[in-house]
Design a protein around this ligand. Structure first.
Ligand code: MN
Length: 293
């Protein structure tokens, strides 16, 4: 099952994606949020699958952030073996444990919306990642139980302002510029994915393949990650984990993103997202600085 948030005629709804069709689930779900749906998925699964309309052509709707308001948006660094090698070659020390940081939830971005290159950064980079969406409130999850707390998966682009990462030891600033968390295109539920530990992932910039790997190159797999994180904190339905990026980022070769660049990201079974890089013009900044009424 593929669950999306979409907008049509100015109204944002939750839908089920079947090939080229988006079925509007409003009659089944009422005013539930995606977090509500995820938290109650065991009970809602049958009525969602039975819903047969109304529907729209997928290419006629605007896809939104699948979970716009997760309680947490956490990401792990240096979690692919070959990526760790490229970081080591660049003089970055490899952590000896799982290395987690926050992406602020305010950086989440719709799957086909522009990513803004901040005027304050000249080292904006991409990172394709398997995103895990937590489905159950849980704490102290054992590795063997971890798959059972996963609702589903989506693609995350962990966009990074490399020149801001050293400005705070937690990475938070360099990982949290507005629009730097594209996610989507929708949530593919866990039952549709045979093995999340072996999915091909590819990212291209302007048609040139830059990252091409499989999730089996992770150092700590997603079950290790859930066990480790839940040692510390309660995970909640809708929480998003960005589970690391493979080799091929722009930083080692100094090929950073510039306005006009187009990123395309695809993960086997999860679909694709695409993000064009936009300039943060002085005019746009001035508008953004005006307080909302
Ligand atoms: Mn990352």
């Amino acid at each position: 099952m593929k669950l999306a948030r979409f907008t049509i005629h100015g109204s944002t709804r939750i839908g089920r994606v079947d090939g080229p069709r988006m079925t509007d689930l409003t009659q089944v779900l009422g005013d539930r949020t995606m977090r509500d749906v995820i938290a109650d998925l065991d009970r809602l699964r049958a009525p969602i699958m039975a819903c047969d309309g109304p529907f729209h052509a997928l290419d006629a709707v605007r896809l939104e952030i699948p979970v716009p308001d997760p309680q947490k948006f956490l990401a792990i660094g240096m979690n692919y073996a070959r990526h760790a090698e490229e970081a080591r070659a660049a003089g970055i020390a490899i952590p000896e444990t799982q290395m987690w940081f926050n992406k602020q939830v305010s950086c989440l971005n719709a799957p086909f919306d522009p990513v803004v290159k901040p005027d304050a950064s000249d080292k904006m980079d991409y990172e394709i990642e398997l995103g895990v969406v937590i489905g159950r409130r849980c704490r102290h999850v054992r590795r063997e139980e971890a798959r059972g707390v996963i609702a589903g998966y989506l693609i995350v682009n962990d966009v990074s302002a490399r020149d801001w990462l050293p400005k705070s030891p937690t990475f938070t600033l360099g990982k949290s510029f507005d629009t730097h968390g594209p996610a989507g295109p929708w949530i593919t539920t866990d039952d549709e994915i045979a093995d999340p530990l072996d999915l091909r992932m590819q990212l291209s910039v302007n048609g040139e393949l830059r990252q091409d790997a499989r999730t089996n190159d992770m150092i700590y797999d997603i079950y290790d990650q859930i066990a480790y994180l839940s040692t510390v904190m309660t995970l909640q339905p809708g929480d998003i984990l960005a589970t690391g990026t493979p080799s091929g980022i722009g930083a080692p070769t100094g090929r950073f993103l510039v306005p006009g660049d187009r990123m395309e990201l695809e993960i086997e079974g999860l679909g694709r997202i695409a993000c064009e890089v936009a300039a943060e013009t002085a005019a746009a900044s001035a508008r953004a600085a005006v307080p909302a009424a």
